[in-house]
Design a protein around this ligand. Structure first.
Ligand code: PEP
Ligand code: MG
Length: 756
């Protein structure tokens, strides 16, 4: 809902409210005056303020029109009754006939049975519901949208009184009162593995905005213009800085962000809010509250990311209005900072000094959210969906992020911290040992070489290539840089991305996988119809065949980026030979086109396919002489083999890759490739887990590509292994039955001193 209030009384009412707020008396007396004022101005028989108290209870704090004895007696749980629902969903509600609403919760002590209509809005501060403001009428009155908007603005002013006016004790404003100082163990979704311990830093802590009601509209409009100009300038500086530092992804992310800061609709809404009588700060907060409410109801990934950016921009703008240097929201971080946020955009994360950032904990967030993608590239452990964390954590609290097991410990005791520090140290020592071993050859005890490659997707991944000692990039997911942008990169922009990757690889091989969009990989700007079954839907090579322009552009950019250097290209989700042939033909056409135009062409060209769809396993012979290599995408392959959604947490771990059917299938593929003379690698998650990697080597795989952090552990495993013994043991298991062979494989590793 936009702020288009033209309601004549709005400005006057705000002024009167301001006078009440500034006037004397206790907080209670001021609330009493406020409800009287609103009731008379809105021509309502009833106006009430419910304040949220500890234990998620809404208590009637002040009323005009309901029985006085109900004040401080009537209580509703959040979610109970219409008022409770407004708080639960932080959504305004206007009902001409409230009495007959299914959620009406009748409280005899209030005497409200005579009032038919009701309009209520949440009292919000910083996205948190502090209470509910309600008006009621005897007649079945239809409240207009403008009236609802005016109430929302008033609620904002009341929020300020609740926060700063001592209406309830400060601590009570957090619903977790009572357990606020106790240690907590909170379940989370793992968005990036790792361990971290440190002190909480609240992202965008609450900043009191001060004056909300304006004296002079023109002056406020001018202040807004100045703050906007200052903000735009500081964003320009940020982009320039990132640009001159040559950090490609940052620049793309920041440019998108800068573009959103110019959003006319957003600026117009702020200007309109000023015209209702608010100060520039008040107007920004008002529009920010709207954004947050919209975000709660938006499922669409693209819109959510954009709303997130707007929310962040509002925060920056407030800092400029306050006259602060708001070049970034990052600010100074303590050593060992664990960032806690409801959600955040990738540009905001990049604002923090990543050398001090140990972990990130998000109340929302999903594996595909942009901030998670960037955090992964920065190697920061991330937990998502930690319900209620923002309300339960105070700045400086001790936090432990166990993103290996999906748990966040809030204010852990000293003993626990000491124990955790010990496991972290062991973990760190191991990492350090791996780092030191990065130049040791990846060869088994009996002299079998196993190529260890790294998976990547962003430029900020690239330093890990040399740190980990990986032999090259075995899977470069080209969709990732597409995912953090706001629009399709054209040929030039793509050439730039791929050339930088090749430059930074310094001659090591890079396997460029063409766009794998669809499924859970959503490109915000790419319109695709809703699908019942997106993982098995219109994705990857299927899109490329239906819209060859996309693939051609991409191939052209790769060829141009490579110049005379070698180029390796891989096509995802190939289900049948003809798809591979088609894509390969396009590639060859593009090579000829480049040559015709006098551009250099790759000195060596390798073309391969991912084996992710089981049907391809039965066409390997036909690929002989056509495909230069195959790479098993075990994530997708196993999801299709077991018909088990890889992204569904309820199915997590239900089927074991180390099971007779999975290993039997892999063995079939390995044998078929051997017969067809096609080199085969594995680049799904299986390759990065030492025990599973050991098994793959036992089955005959000699090239593995994995997340950067896995290269060290897998190298140690390889160097401690006897390939021949492992092979005979693995072969002997192929006839076995049962759900899993994991225990037997782990037993073998233990008995043979394999480092896992
Ligand atoms: C896979 O499916 O195993 C794979 C490596 O591709 P992605 O995870 O990008 O789907
Ligand atoms: Mg895949």
């Amino acid at each position: 809902m936009g702020v288009t209030a033209k309601w004549a009384g709005s400005r006057l009412l705000l002024r009167r409210l301001r006078d009440v707020m500034a006037g004397g008396g206790s907080a209670q007396e001021r609330l009493d005056r406020i409800v009287r004022l609103i009731a008379s101005d809105m021509v309502a028989e009833v106006c009430s303020i419910y304040v949220r108290r500890a234990g998620d209870v809404l208590e009637l704090f002040a009323t005009e029109g309901l029985k006085a004895e109900a004040v401080h007696h009537t209580r509703l749980r959040v979610g109970e009754g219409i008022v409770g629902e407004i708080a639960a969903y932080s959504r305004a509600t206007a009902l001409a006939d409230a009495q007959n609403h299914p959620n009406f919760a009748y409280r005899p002590e209030t005497g409200e049975e005579i009032y038919s209509s009701l309009m209520g809005v949440p009292i919000l501060r910083g996205g948190r519901v502090l209470g509910v403001l309600v008006v009621q009428n005897r007649t079945s009155r239809t409240y207009t949208d403008e009236e609802v908007e005016v109430m929302e603005t008033i609620a904002m002013v009341i929020a300020e009184l609740i926060v700063s006016g001592g209406v309830v004790r400060r601590k009570e404003q957090t619903p977790a009162d009572g357990i606020a100082i106790a240690p907590l163990r909170m379940e989370a979704v793992k968005l990036n593995a790792g361990l971290a311990m440190g002190r909480a830093v609240l992202h965008r802590p609450y900043v009191p905005v001060g004056r909300l009601v304006a004296e002079d509209e023109t002056q406020e409009q001018d202040r807004l213009s100045e703050a906007l100009a200052a903000m735009h300038k500081s964003l320009d500086d940020m982009v320039d800085q990132a640009d001159s530092a040559g950090s490609g992804d940052h620049v793309d992310i920041l440019k998108t962000y800068r573009m959103i800061a110019q959003d006319r609709g957003w600026i117009k809404r702020i200007r309109e809010a000023i015209s209702t009588g608010l100060t520039a700060e008040g107007a920004v907060v008002r529009v920010q509250d709207d954004t947050r409410t919209r975000m709660k109801n938006v499922q669409d990934n693209y819109l959510r990311e954009r709303l997130l950016d707007l929310e962040d921009l509002a925060y920056r703008l407030l800092q400029h209005l306050a006259g602060g240097d708001a070049a970034g929201t990052g600010g100074a971080l303590p050593e060992n900072a664990i960032l806690v946020a409801r959600n955040m955009g990738p540009a905001e994360l990049l604002d923090y000094d990543s050398s001090r950032l140990r972990g990130l904990v998000l109340e929302e967030g999903s594996a595909t959210s942009h901030v998670a993608i960037v955090a992964r590239a920065l190697d920061i452990p991330v937990l998502g969906r930690v319900k209620g964390i923002v309300d339960r954590v105070e700045a400086q609290d001790h936090l432990i992020v166990d993103a290996n097991n999906g748990v966040c410990f809030v204010r852990p005791g000293e003993d626990f911290r000491a124990a955790f520090a010990l496991s972290m140290r062991t973990f760190e020592e191991k990492r350090e040992a791996h780092r030191r071993a990065r130049d040791l050859p990846s060869v088994t005890r009996d002299g079998v070489a196993v190529d260890l490659m790294m998976n990547a997707g962003l430029l900020i991944d690239m330093p890990h290539l040399h740190e980990s000692g990986a032999a090259g990039i075995g899977l470069y997911r080209t969709e990732v840089p597409f995912m953090v942008r706001n629009d399709f990169p054209d040929v030039e922009a793509q050439i730039d991305i791929y050339a930088r990757i090749l430059d930074q690889a310094e001659g090591k091989e890079v396997v460029f996988r063409t766009l794998d969009i669809g499924g859970d990989k959503v490109l915000p700007y790419f319109e695709a119809a809703e699908e019942e079954n997106p993982a098995m839907g219109w994705r990857a090579i299927r899109i490329a065949m239906d819209q060859p322009g996309l693939l051609r552009t991409q191939l052209r950019a790769m060829i141009r980026a490579a110049g005379a250097r070698p180029l390796t290209v891989m096509f995802p989700m190939v289900a049948e030979l003809s798809e591979f042939e088609y894509a390969r033909r396009l590639l060859m056409k593009e090579v000829r086109r480049c040559a015709d135009r006098g551009h250099p062409t790759p000195a060596m060209l390798k073309v391969g396919a991912m084996l992710e769809v089981p049907s391809l396993a039965f066409q390997i012979e036909a690929l002989s002489g056509r495909a230069d290599f195959l790479s098993i995408g075990s994530n997708d392959l196993l999801q299709f083999l077991f018909a088990s959604d890889r992204g569904n947490p309820r199915l997590d771990g239900r089927y074991d890759p180390l099971s007779p059917p999975a290993l039997g299938f892999l063995k079939h593929v390995i044998e078929a490739c051997r017969r067809a003379g096609i080199p085969l690698s594995v680049c799904g998650e299986m390759a990065g887990d030492p025990l599973q990697a050991m098994t793959l080597i036992g089955l005959g795989i000699r090239r593995l590509s994995m997340a950067p952090a896995s290269v060290g552990p897998v190298r140690s495993m390889v160097r401690s292994l006897d390939a021949a013994t492992t092979s005979s043991f693995t072969e002997s298991l192929l006839e076995a039955r049962g759900h899993s062979l994991r225990a037997r494989l782990a037993g073998f590793a233990r008995d043979h001193g394999v480092s896992l």
